[in-house]
Design a binder for this molecule. Structure first.
Ligand code: GAP
Length: 454
């Protein structure tokens, strides 16, 4: 096998996602809606895996984090208290010539509407306005009246739903700091310049934990969460050389943050934020206490009151999805044929195994393949594929990252064994047909490292 080393581009990932039904541009038959995407079958399966691996690590396997699912549209006063109405803004400039809008702080990444090889402001025809602050929250109305009194927002983060439930959860879940509340769900931001596929979209799925700690312990827990989250991304199979941690400078931090570190991934567009781990201090609980009149504080057994500080690891499924696909994408020559393969962690792969009758017309093979498929699908997402040449069927599975293929062939009819083919090494071994289920269960429990790791 020989590697065909070409630098990976986002377009390659976009085209694989489309070709194999992971992700499609949304509203396509109506011309699309800028940077909005719909997920097809394999995309849904992959997202489900990412979400449940996150939930498992953050809630299921811990004693100190509980789950929450708050509403998307909250009382608008929540967003006044949180500072989002006043401060969740990006600086915006308009070009009077090409009528496009750009983020004033990212002009070097923009493309002039008339001359896309130039950046906005670079040509003599560009006529940019002064920068003004643009609020990223989507506004809507609740109820039949459409005036200022009914205005509300689609949540730009899930975090505020957690803060306003601090009292409910800390009392009812009988938890004391340090403890956390986890929430995943859709978030909406009217980004000025969305783009780079799913990397920056206007509708995405956030996964956040607000971890409440005694104030003196906040720096220690901040470091703890940076390390935990970095390990989680490594365990998911992202290669070490493509991950790093970068601390924000004071002028970069969000309005609520007293310290933030980003876990960055080396996307085809360069090093970019994958996940943020912020120390939000007591900003949010204090703001909601002041604005709501409800005390959001902790009273310890000695009667001492304090407002816990908050450490927040926050990441979108979209950023993980793109990082995983970029990390996994590989092209290589096998003999004289090129194969595209997604070397995904088996736990992330949308389909865990393919069951392939070598000669679909052969009744013995077809019956055994179908029976194996029906047994395995009760436990795992597996696929039965009996259309086309076996080589093409393998290649289809390689492109969606299926780690193993079980092939039912002539020998199966003689000795009730099957061939298992490994996606990464292409090695094949024979297993007893009755042992396949156990073999697969066991293989899915093993640690995994990308064969491309240095
Ligand atoms: N509650 C904190 C918070 O929302 P953030 O850094 O604005 O912090 C958290 O966003 C994470 O959400 C980011 O680290 C990134 O993974 C993801 N994210 C932010 N904006 C995004 C967008 N427009 N499209 C996709 N993911 C986004």
């Amino acid at each position: 096998m020989a590697e065909t080393a070409k630098p990976l581009t986002m377009d390659t990932i976009v085209s694989l996602c489309r070709r194999r039904g992971f992700v499609f541009p949304s509203s396509e038959i109506y011309g699309g809606l800028g940077s909005t995407y719909d997920y097809g079958h394999y995309g849904v399966l992959t997202k489900n895996n990412i979400r449940s691996l996150w939930f498992r690590a953050m809630v299921q396997e811990r004693d100190d984090i509980v789950a929450l699912d708050s509403a998307i549209i909250l009382n608008p006063r929540v967003w006044e208290a949180s500072g989002h109405v006043a401060g969740f803004t990006d600086p915006l400039v308009d070009c009077r010539t090409c009528k496009l809008r750009f983020r004033a702080d990212q002009l070097e990444d923009g493309r002039c509407g008339r001359k896309p090889s130039k950046r906005p402001g670079e040509t003599p025809d560009c006529d940019l306005t002064e920068a003004r602050q643009f609020n990223l929250m989507f506004e809507t109305h609740v109820g039949a009246l459409q005036d200022e009194s009914s205005a509300a927002y689609l949540r730009p983060e899930t975090a505020q739903g957690i803060f306003i439930n601090f009292k409910n959860v800390s009392q009812l879940a009988r938890r004391k700091p340090p403890f956390g509340i986890a929430q995943f769900g859709k978030a909406f931001r009217n980004e000025i310049t969305p783009g780079n596929f799913l990397f920056r979209v206007r509708e995405f799925e956030l996964m956040e934990v607000e971890f409440f700690v005694p104030p003196v312990d906040a720096p220690k827990w901040h470091t703890y969460w940076i390390d935990q989250r970095l390990d989680w991304h490594r365990d998911l199979g992202l290669r070490e050389e493509n991950l790093r941690v970068r601390e924000h400078s004071a002028d970069e931090r969000s309005h609520y943050s007293s310290a933030t570190s980003d876990i960055e991934y080396l996307y085809p567009i360069g090093w970019q934020e994958l996940e943020g781990v912020a120390n939000r201090g007591d900003f949010d609980l204090t703001q909601h206490t002041q604005h709501s009149g409800t005390k959001l504080e902790w009273i310890d057994p000695d009667g001492n009151r304090y407002t816990p500080h908050v450490i927040e690891p926050a990441v979108s499924i979209e950023r993980i999805f793109v990082a995983l696909l970029c990390d996994a994408y590989d092209e290589e020559l096998v003999g004289d044929r090129e194969r595209v393969v997604l070397r995904l962690h088996p736990k992330v792969a949308p389909v865990k195994a393919a069951i392939l009758p070598l000669v679909p017309r052969d009744e013995g093979m077809a019956t055994r393949a179908r029976a194996l498929y029906e047994e395995l699908r009760r436990h795992h997402v597996v696929e039965h594929d009996d259309s086309g040449q076996i080589g093409r069927r393998y290649r289809r599975q390689d492109e969606i990252g299926t780690p193993w293929a079980f092939t039912i062939d002539e020998q199966t009819l003689e000795d009730e064994t099957v061939t298992v083919r490994d996606r990464d090494s292409l090695e094949q071994e024979r297993l007893p047909l009755f042992g396949v289920r156990e073999w697969l269960d066991d293989a899915l429990q093993q640690d995994w490292q990308s064969p491309r790791s240095h």
